[in-house]
Ligand binder design. Structure first.
Ligand code: FES
Length: 402
């Protein structure tokens, strides 16, 4: 062993003069073609142009949209991704430029070999963007998105290959991609998926999940949990409680928990997982998207919840003043005013909307605060996760155009 190590070191030393010679002879001009840069741009493009190829009705209020590359607009292939990631869809609605993140429900294999993504969207009561998609997207509609983003994926160095998925409602979408990925690549992962719904007819991908279960050689197991079951329901009932989890899991095993669903579910599950002594490092949450009603949080300044403040926005060389409600993020205020601000995750995580707070006070929830320590110190905020609690002034970055 030691001899091999010494030989390796020796051959490394032998390479050094040759390497130095090559460097000295190299041109100082930047290569017009750089294969690594080309690969990086293909894997992580800033913009992806897609086209709706098929629309599938999943349940009474959820649809799956199959998206293929829009070659006329310059996207040759859909970029590869990790199961669990999302794309941020961009649209202009009534003069407002808006983005919304959606998990990719298809698998990485679908992207690589079949060149498509699917996203599954549940219609939301009063949902501005989902209403728009449901009423306007048809086969052939052109769609602009970001490249795949987000950190909600299994990583072999960080996570245990014994995964427990905790999905609520449409939070099933990245979990479906996980299950498909495990089966298609025959990954060495055990995946136990708890899928909680209010009513049985809300279950999405039921047939597909049962097919994956049977193809998985025991690696994938799905446990449906229905809160208001009908007469013929044979599965579990209630919520994803600690009792229910411990009944179906071997609590002596080490596991990584992935949760995706409404934010209220996270608060509930945090308590349930604590009862089971699951360490925080073993819990991963899909964080994208805004909080539905920020005023429900205990530490939110209730006394000013109906206030609207003045927001002075400095973008480029210009200033403009717009109204900003305390219960809406600064990003929403900008979009309502037709100001194009950069955004992807809308949950404080990706940092794409990072802006400077020049003056005023704001409310930021700890669990939505993805800022670096230096950014906190020097007055930077993520407008997608920041709420005004006084008149404020901010400087936002200009949106890069291709
Ligand atoms: S859009 Fe991701 S941090 Fe604001």
């Amino acid at each position: 062993m030691r001899e091999r190590y010494v030989n390796n070191m020796k051959s490394y030393k032998d390479i050094l003069p040759t390497r130095k010679e090559i460097i000295m002879k190299a041109s100082s001009e930047i290569d017009a073609f750089d294969p690594m840069r080309e690969l990086a741009e293909k894997l992580h493009p800033d913009k992806v142009f897609l086209k709706v190829d098929e629309i599938i009705d999943e349940t009474k209020d959820s649809k799956t949209f199959k998206l293929v590359p829009d070659r006329e607009n310059g996207t040759e292939r859909v970029p590869y991704f990790r199961a669990g990631q999302y794309i941020s869809i961009k649209s202009e609605i009534n003069g407002s430029k808006i983005t919304r993140p959606y998990s990719i429900s298809s698998s990485p294999h679908d992207a690589l070999k079949r060149d498509f993504y699917t996203i599954t969207i549940k219609k939301k009561e009063g949902g501005f963007f989902t209403d728009y998609i449901w009423n306007n997207w048809k086969v052939g509609t052109k769609v602009e998105s970001s490249g795949p983003l987000g950190y909600f994926y299994y990583h072999p160095v960080r996570d245990i290959n014994n995964i427990v998925g905790l999905a609520g409602g449409s939070g099933i979408t990245p979990m479906y991609s996980f299950a498909k990925d495990i089966v298609e690549k025959d990954l060495d992962i055990k995946f136990t998926l708890f899928y909680g719904v209010e009513c049985e007819d809300e279950i999405i991908y039921r047939e597909e999940l049962s097919k994956l279960e049977s193809q998985s050689n025991g690696k994938v197991k799905v446990i449906y949990v229905c809160n208001k079951p009908g007469d013929g329901w044979k599965g579990c009932t209630g919520y994803l409680s600690s009792e229910l989890l411990s009944k179906h899991l071997d609590m002596n095993e080490d596991m990584t928990f992935f949760m995706c669903g409404p934010k209220a579910m996270y608060e509930y599950l945090d308590v349930e997982l604590e009862k089971l002594n699951i360490p925080r490092r073993r819990i991963r949450k899909e964080a994208y998207g805004e909080v539905d009603d920020i005023s429900k949080y205990n530490d939110f300044p209730q006394a000013i919840k109906d206030e609207t403040f003045n927001l002075i926005v400095n973008v480029g060389k210009g200033y403009t003043t717009i109204p900003a409600k305390t219960t809406e993020t600064i990003l929403v205020a900008l979009e309502r005013a037709g100001i194009e601000a950069p955004s992807h995750c809308r949950s404080g995580e990706c940092g794409y909307c990072r802006s400077r707070l020049i003056a005023g006070d704001v409310y930021i929830r700890d669990d939505n605060d993805g800022r670096r320590i230096a950014d906190k110190k020097y007055g930077y905020i993520h407008p997608c996760a920041t709420y005004p609690t006084s008149d404020i002034e901010i400087k936002i970055p200009t949106v890069q155009r291709s």
